[in-house]
Structure formats: structure tokens, C-alpha cells
Design a binder for this molecule. Structure first.
Ligand code: NDP
Length: 312
């Protein structure tokens, strides 16, 4: 069985940054790219808030550069998906694609999180053309325009408030007749003049010839008095929650009720020595490329310390 000193799972900013640091520290890291090589950023358009890119950079291009940077220092980058993990004792055993078994002294889990979508065909049709799951990433492109945010939790309220300072009009599409968000967030939303909350509304589809130009909604779906309404919007933002990609490790690692891997505050350390979690899989709060990259760096430094302390 192949023995690895530092195995990194995931190829977003956390995974690649861990690979850059680990390879420069001679840990001979192996990185498996996972289901979506390059991670969530490959589904956004331009990234304008990552330091060092004054003109902004396309998400796919940025991930390509991170990949090349990791390769330059000798990281072994492979395609494959983790399908099994035995973290009961070190070295830890990992199964790739249901067949290849590896053992590793240290493990950096950077498998990210996936934004939840409604499941409408139009979400895929208009991906990158008006549909987004990240207001902080894409809100800037909607200055002075009309947008809608779907969801009634804290994320949806936060995204609606963020967008309200950029966009002309923000619709908050809420399926129930109340918001689930904390009271303070609800109050802020209700007191913002350019946010209109559409309670008991569901989205049926989107329309537009050159990107999103509007959404077909239905009020009180399924009730005899249901009512169809169209709204004119340029951007459609999903904020109905994220799912951290931690299922395969859950048997061994402590997670919160949603599935985010718990780490020791301020570090990427999990409850298992030598196993680290970096990026969105362990971050329900910030979820930014730059914070993910920072935690990937920390994870590689911790892996290096662990290996040297254990003489590995
Ligand atoms: P939540 O699970 O809290 O809320 C999801 C929202 O999306 C709910 O309003 C839910 O509706 C709605 N929703 C889910 N599926 C659909 C669907 N198919 N169609 C329409 N609406 C749907 O997720 P959040 O991401 O908002 O928050 C996650 C956690 O993070 C929470 O604990 C939250 O408090 C916390 N958080 C805290 C922040 C802060 O304190 N600043 C900021 C952001 C998040 P319904 O209510 O009907 O189920």
C-alpha cells in the first residue's frame, strides 16, 4: 500500500495553499482534487476581493495559477474522490474512488462546502449569467440593478443587506410567512427601505435572453388562492444554506449539527492528532477564498510540526 506523509483532499484555495506550503517544507504532499477540481471558485465569475489582483481575476484562472504554483514545488496532484476513511489509528487509511487504498501520516481535509440550490433547471442554465450563491463574491456586478435573494435565514438576511448597499432594489423571497433569521437581522432587513420581503413566495423559474432578466414566482404555492407573479431582476442569489463535504469523515471527526468539522479555535486541528480541516468544510462563518487559503497554510504548518515531533 502506498504510504504518504501528507495527504491533502480537495483542490480549492485551502487545498492548494496547503499543497504549496507542504511541498516547500519537503513533506512530499499528495493532493486529490475531488469532485469539483478547483472548488467553488470555478463556478463564480470574477474574483475582485482576493488581495494581490487589483484588476480582479477569473475564478478558474485563479485556481489554475494556484495549481501551477503547487506543482512548481513538487506537489503530487491527482484526480480522484475520497470514498472511504479509517481514522481509528495512525497511519490513517483513505480509499480513493472506491478502489485505491493509501495510508498517510497526516491528513488535511479541504473538501469545501457546496451551496444548496433549489433544483430548478434554470439555475444551471443561467449559472454565471445572473445566478449566484455568494453575494460577497458577485454582488458588486449588480450595482444599481435589481436582485433577488432566496431564503429566510441569517445568511439570506446578511446577503440581502449586503446587496442593498449596492443594488437599487432587493427582493427577499421567503417560502414561509416568517423569517427564521435572528431578530436583529430581521429588524435590519425590515428597516432597509430598498429590501422588499416577499413572504410565502416560491420560485418557479427564471427568464431572460442574455442572462437573467426576471423570475417567475408563485405566492402561496399549492393553495387554492395561489397567485403567479413575475419580478424583473438581473441577479438571483441563493442563500438557502450550505452543505459541508464532510460525510466520509463523520464517523471519526467531531462536527456541528450541520456537518462542519469542529476545529480547535484559531487552528485547523481536529479531535484526531495529525488530521486537520481547512477552508469551508470547517468554516460556517467567513467562507471566503482568502480565509480558506489562510487556513490551508496553517494546516500545512501543523502537519509539518506533527511529522517532525513524531519523527516521521
Ligand atoms: P438556515 O438553514 O438557517 O436557513 C435556510 C433558509 O433557507 C431558511 O429560511 C429555509 O426556509 C430556506 N430554504 C431552505 N430550503 C429552501 C427551498 N428549497 N426553497 C426556499 N427556501 C428554502 O441557513 P443559513 O445559511 O441562513 O444559516 C446557517 C447557520 O449559520 C444558522 O445557524 C445561522 O444562524 C448561522 N449564520 C449566522 C450568521 C450571523 O450570525 N451573522 C450569518 C450567517 C449564518 P425555512 O425557514 O422555511 O426552512
Amino acid at each position: 500500500m502506498e504510504h504518504i506523509r501528507c495527504l491533502i483532499i480537495g483542490s480549492g484555495p485551502a487545498g492548494y495553499t496547503a499543497a504549496i506550503y507542504a511541498s516547500r517544507a519537503n513533506l512530499n504532499p499528495v493532493l486529490y482534487a475531488g469532485i469539483q477540481p478547483g472548488g467553488q471558485l470555478t463556478t463564480t465569475t470574477d474574483i475582485e476581493n482576493f488581495p494581490g489582483y487589483p484588476e480582479g481575476i477569473n475564478g478558474t484562472e485563479m485556481m489554475d495559477q494556484l495549481r501551477k504554483q503547487a506543482e512548481r514545488f513538487g506537489a503530487d496532484l491527482r484526480s480522484g474522490i475520497v470514498t472511504g476513511a479509517d481514522l481509528s489509528k495512525a497511519p490513517y487509511r483513505i480509499t480513493i474512488d472506491g478502489e485505491t487504498e493509501l495510508e498517510t501520516d497526516t491528513l488535511i481535509i479541504a473538501t469545501g462546502a457546496s451551496a444548496k440550490y433549489l433544483g430548478l433547471e434554470d439555475e444551471a442554465k443561467y449559472a454565471g449569467m445572473g445566478v449566484s450563491a455568494c453575494a460577497t463574491c458577485d454582488g458588486f456586478f449588480y450595482r444599481g440593478k435589481n436582485v433577488a435573494v432566496v431564503g429566510g435565514g441569517d445568511t439570506a438576511c446578511e446577503e440581502a443587506l449586503y446587496l442593498s448597499s449596492l443594488a437599487k432594489q432587493v427582493y427577499l423571497i421567503v417560502r414561509k410567512n416568517y423569517l427564521r433569521a435572528s431578530q436583529v437581522m430581521q429588524d435590519r432587513v425590515m428597516n432597509t427601505p430598498n429590501i422588499k420581503v416577499l413572504f410565502e413566495h416560491n420560485t418557479l423559474g427564471l427568464f431572460g435572453d442574455n442572462g437573467v432578466e426576471g423570475a417567475h414566482l408563485v405566492k402561496r404555492k399549492g393553495e387554492p388562492d395561489e397567485e403567479k407573479v413575475d419580478i424583473a431582476i438581473d441577479g438571483f442569489f441563493l442563500a438557502i444554506g450550505h452543505k459541508p463535504n464532510s460525510d466520509v469523515f463523520k464517523k471519526y471527526l467531531e462536527t456541528d449539527e450541520v456537518g462542519y468539522i469542529k476545529t480547535v479555535a484559531g487552528t485547523p486541528k481536529t479531535n484526531i492528532p495529525g488530521v486537520y480541516a481547512a477552508g469551508d468544510v470547517a468554516d460556517p462563518i467567513y467562507r471566503q477564498a482568502v480565509t480558506a487559503a489562510g487556513s490551508g497554510c496553517k494546516a500545512a504548518i501543523e502537519a509539518e510540526r506533527y511529522l517532525s515531533e513524531h519523527g516521521l
